[in-house]
Design a protein around this ligand. Structure first.
Ligand code: ZN
Ligand code: ZN
Length: 345
């Protein structure tokens, strides 16, 4: 199995623009005007322009509405926040670990920004919960991932994918772990996102949903970053069998969508108006297909060709952070498009 080497802290004899994503040569100096991949600097600027912090979002309306939510709504709300907190926590750590193997200073820099954003996502969950529930309940919600069997199975799927790379880093496990990464960032959040968007379109908990939307937007860029690293690596490492890895993508997303559907049935089922479970299931399959396409792989579910939850369409079009939806707060970072907002959903 081909080895993957960690990036050197400094290399006097190597160029600033690296010679490859992995196992390349790089002085490790970061000059945004002299990078190997022309897309890294625009992506960095987009990530900066999307910058947000939880404290900018006023939670007072959500606080007033919280006691009026149904018991099911409160329960799903808390469980999803607990789940997201788990995913973002391990994501911060994984992105730091994979960054060590990127021999391109602009890509390792993007990975640091990504990790910082995951920390902000985690802060937002604490921020929301500390507003709505007491300390004890908040602590319970952060423990939830340990005790729910369906959730554990689903999380273990990611942990195994990451752990294989961490324990035995190679070109092969590097590429495969990226597929699990995109499952985490690009699929396993999505049943939860749908729940929050459904609340928001019913004018409930709009501030929390605003944060969820910002997280969603960040995650879409993260997916773009990881799928590009995957595709560029396959191009650069010419002895790799591209077909094997593309088939692996389709396979993993089939399993992952099944796990996400199991979780959606468990959590959401037919308890909520506006997100019929069969539509939500096909929505998850639709997103899995979309991720496969981003990897350049065949779809996991070729028979699902349309998004059955069309009202979420707007969120899916937040590709690379081009738009912004709620504007609950005055933001100077990103311009708002005229064509978004709940009125248009
Ligand atoms: Zn995140
Ligand atoms: Zn992310």
């Amino acid at each position: 199995m081909r080895k993957i080497k960690k990036r050197k802290l400094i290399d006097y004899n190597a160029p600033n623009a690296s010679t490859g994503i992995i196992n390349g040569r790089s002085s490790n100096i970061l000059n945004w005007d002299d990078t190997r991949y022309p897309w890294t600097y625009p992506m960095y600027k987009t990530m900066l322009s999307n910058f947000w912090i939880p404290g900018e979002i006023n939670m007072s309306n959500d606080l007033k509405q919280w006691p009026m939510l149904s018991e099911y709504e409160q329960e799903a709300f808390q469980k999803i926040i607990g789940l997201l907190a788990f995913l973002d926590s391990i994501q911060t750590d994984y992105s730091g670990k994979i960054a060590d193997y990127l021999t391109d200073s602009s890509l390792s820099a993007l990975m640091q920004v990504l990790a910082f954003q995951e920390v902000i996502h985690n802060q937002s969950y604490s921020y929301v919960l500390s507003t709505l529930v007491d300390q004890k309940e908040q602590e319970n919600i952060f423990e939830y991932w340990k005790h729910d069997e369906v959730l554990r199975e689903r999380n273990q799927f990611i942990i195994d994918g990451y752990q294989t790379f961490i324990e035995n880093p190679s070109v092969d496990t590097f590429l495969r772990s990226i597929v699990y990464d995109v499952v985490l960032e690009g699929l396993f959040f999505y049943a939860g996102f749908a729940f929050f968007y459904n609340l928001a379109r019913n004018h409930k908990m709009v501030s929390t949903s605003t944060m969820i939307n910002y997280i969603n937007r960040d995650e879409q860029i993260h997916v773009t970053l990881f799928t590009r690293i995957f595709k560029e690596t396959l191009e650069e490492e010419t002895d790799l069998d591209k077909k094997t890895y593309r088939e692996f993508v389709t396979e993993v997303f089939t399993l992952a969508a099944d796990l996400e559907i199991k979780w959606a049935r468990h959590l959401i089922g037919d308890k909520f108006q506006g997100i019929p479970i069969l539509d939500l299931e096909n929505y998850i399959r639709y997103i899995a297909n979309k991720r496969c396409r981003q990897f350049g792989a065949a779809k996991s579910y070729p028979y699902v060709t349309e998004n059955p939850l069309k009202w979420i369409r707007a969120y899916q079009e937040v590709e690379e952070g081009k738009s912004d939806f709620f504007e609950q707060k005055s933001r100077q970072y990103t311009k708002v498009s005229e064509t978004n907002g709940f009125n248009d959903l």
